[in-house]
Design a protein around this ligand. Structure first.
Ligand code: EPU
Length: 430
């Protein structure tokens, strides 16, 4: 077994990017971080081995594997992106806090541990700084379906004795809260009904995966019904393509007025971003199944008004990258984020690279754009902020130094190699 946390993080290094080169070429999109992480967690619900294909090789996956190992999972990479996980016995219901604190997604261990063992204890999660990220909806849902939850000193303990049952209407559509409730109920429930549930592609992928292992989970509109099945079998599953990674490359190519072909995408999932690129004036075509071509060369691009909302709205995880692109477009664009209304920490960093911003409140509702970007030094504040700063640096005149690249390693597989394939000139500085 490969040792986890193998030192791939290059904390303290900066990415030097020479801007002004239109990106051109082809890129293979990796599996989705936000689909893979919950599938890894959900593997705890099966006693037999589970093999996942197209798992992204990123630091967040390494951290979750380290946590699973503490819980009793034996895992191994059986191919470049194929991962087999086997948990014949859970040896602990308390994931190690130091690792849990490293990412928000670790809180999605609550559902599967609880589902499998009837009890779980979890430290409050860490993760990207996108404003407050409460867990009240997770806890409210758990209580509504019969779980006894206690919150003490930065951690949550949860337990149940009877099969889970009940109906809950989420007050906010929450991706993680929906998945936690589904995983808690998969094995031991009469009927659990989740209303106003999140139906992002990464939630539906979890439902699909669990159903393939024998679960009985039904999705009708935004209502998800879970009927317990006692046990799941093992099995295999292909992680869906990463729409945030794909969108980042599309926006990077648009910002540099380049042309990029993406392989291995799910076009339906990308419709919200493709639609905006069309409106801006870029050409985006499906040239073969799973292959998308975006061409922004010699195009007069127009400003946009983009609102980040739950799927099928424009994704919050592409809002910063969209801002970086729109910073290069003549005229004034506007961005509003309704999912993380306080996703703004990256804006001063984007301004360091010359982005013109009009920003009146402390909320993510701002105007941007109107002129060329110029190289400078900026610091990555979270994963998607990293995507935005890289895009801005690629589009700017001169060289930029982007510090804090450990955030990028959490979610973008082979970022430097993929960008170099597209003709970017970049290097690492210690
Ligand atoms: N919220 C609450 N209470 C809760 C849960 C959420 O108020 O109990 C609020 C949040 O504060 C936020 C909104 O509801 O304003 C949506 O949060 P959600 O729970 O949907 O987010 P999440 O499950 O913590 C996942 C992704 C994020 C992505 C969001 C929104 C994973 C592992 N993470 O987070 O991905 O931004 O959904 O789509 O799936 C990223 O990849 O960079 C990333 C941050």
């Amino acid at each position: 077994m490969t040792p986890p946390l193998s030192g791939t993080t290059r904390s303290g290094h900066a990415l030097l990017i020479q801007g002004g080169i239109p990106l051109a070429g082809e890129v293979e999109v990796s599996g989705a971080k936000n689909a893979a992480l919950p599938l890894l967690a959900a593997s705890l619900l099966a006693r037999d081995p589970v093999t996942l294909h197209r798992v992204p090789r990123i630091v967040d996956v390494e951290v979750l594997l380290a946590i699973l190992e503490h819980l009793g999972t034996r895992w191994s990479w059986t191919g470049p992106s194929s991962l087999t996980l086997h948990t014949p016995e859970l040896v602990s219901v308390f994931p190690p806090p130091a690792l849990v604190l490293r990412m928000r997604a670790s809180f999605e261990l609550l559902g599967p541990i609880l589902g499998r063992e009837g009890e779980a204890e979890l430290t409050f999660p860490g993760g990207c700084r996108l404003g407050p990220r409460p867990i009240d909806q997770h806890i409210r849902a758990m209580r509504a379906i019969g779980v006894h939850v206690t919150e003490i000193e930065g951690s949550v303990t949860a337990a149940y004795r009877q099969p889970l049952a009940g109906r809950v209407r989420f007050q906010i559509r929450t991706v993680g809260g929906t998945r936690n409730a589904i995983m808690a109920a998969t094995l031991n429930a009469t009927e659990v009904v989740l209303e106003n549930a999140s139906t992002e592609p990464e939630v539906l992928a979890l439902v699909d995966f669990l159903n393939q292992l024998g679960a009985r989970i039904f999705v009708t509109g935004d209502t998800i019904t879970v009927c317990g099945v006692g046990a799941l079998s093992g099995g295999e599953y292909n992680v869906i393509p990463d729409r945030m990674e794909a969108g980042t490359y599309l926006l990077a190519a648009a910002a540099t007025r380049g042309r990029v072909t993406l392989h291995g995408v799910e076009p339906t999932h990308l419709a919200p971003v493709v639609d905006q690129l069309w409106r801006a004036g870029a050409s985006v075509k499906l040239v073969a199944p799973g292959t998308l071509e975006m061409d922004a060369r010699s195009r007069a691009l127009s400003p946009l008004f983009v609102t980040a909302e739950p799927y099928p709205g424009f994704p919050t995880d592409l809002h910063p990258q969209m801002a970086a692109f729109l910073a290069t477009v003549p005229g004034e664009s506007r961005i509003v984020d309704r999912v993380f209304p306080q996703r703004t920490a990256y804006l001063p960093e984007l301004a360091r690279l010359g982005a013109r911003l009009t920003w009146e409140s402390d909320l993510a509702d701002f105007r941007i754009g109107g002129g060329p970007l110029s190289g400078g030094e900026a610091h990555v504040t979270d994963l998607r902020a990293g995507g935005a700063l890289v895009i801005a640096a690629l589009a700017a005149t001169g060289t930029s130094a982007i510090a804090g690249i450990e955030h990028l390693e959490r979610g973008y597989q082979d970022l430097e190699r993929k960008l170099a394939t597209l003709g970017a000139t970049l290097s690492l500085k210690a």
